[in-house]
Ligand binder design. Sequence first.
Ligand SMILES: [Zn+2]
Length: 275
Amino acid sequence: MGETTPDFAFTESLDAEIGRAAETIEGAGHVVALTGAGLSVESGIPPFRGPGGLWTKYGEPPLDGFQRFLRDPARAWRERLEPTEPWARGLAETLGAAKPNAGHRALAALEERDALGALITQNIDDLHRQAGTRNLLEIHGNFTLLRCLGCGTRFESGALDIDPEHLPPRCPECDGVVKGDTVQFGEPIPQDVLRRCYEEVERADCMLVAGTSATVYPAAEFPFEVLRRGGTVIEVNPLESELTRLTTRFLQGPGGAVLTRLLEKVEALRARSVH
Ligand SMILES: [Zn+2]
């Protein structure tokens, strides 16, 4: 990998718990990861709310953003192309400058080694994609993509000709209205992503939760579903969460350092089983 473990002082007990988590992953049939905003903090993306939060700093987007889009898609598109709202500019600048961190890279490497079958994320920041994760389910969309509201096709931002005189852009497949892929306030989770999430979760006998306390629907259901069927849940978070008392393994620390160590332990187990 050529990556060094990010600076973090592992206690002996945490190190041992990470070792047991690696054994759990190696013993599982289908591991699914679930990530959230906490994983991207080390990439320079603050959480939305709370002290230092994006919305605290720039003001909050309207809670009926999706309804506003439907009422006047052309106007919403003009705001997208040249944001005037502070929150929209702040979000675009923050996301545009962010790069994947060691946590994103470790998860991509686990998938590469067939230790991870799928990754469900609540993040819109594109960082899992940039890190190389392939089977990626973005519940809240991806800020770099566009999506047709008619047929659900996703487009790279540059793939469609956006004519400022003819907004909103239309889908070349079905002529439906195209909007940003990011799920706005008031907008339902796209059904295709949700269906694939449930399919992955139904197959999972181990869930690796990182950077989220998974308290918001639909993500909140996923760890419970895995546990209900007798599976295990591994949690990676810097602080205890509402999920912690239910988790099988709690790995307390920053995602970058802990997931990198977890990857190393999985690789060490494999090296040992070869000899
Ligand atoms: Zn379409």
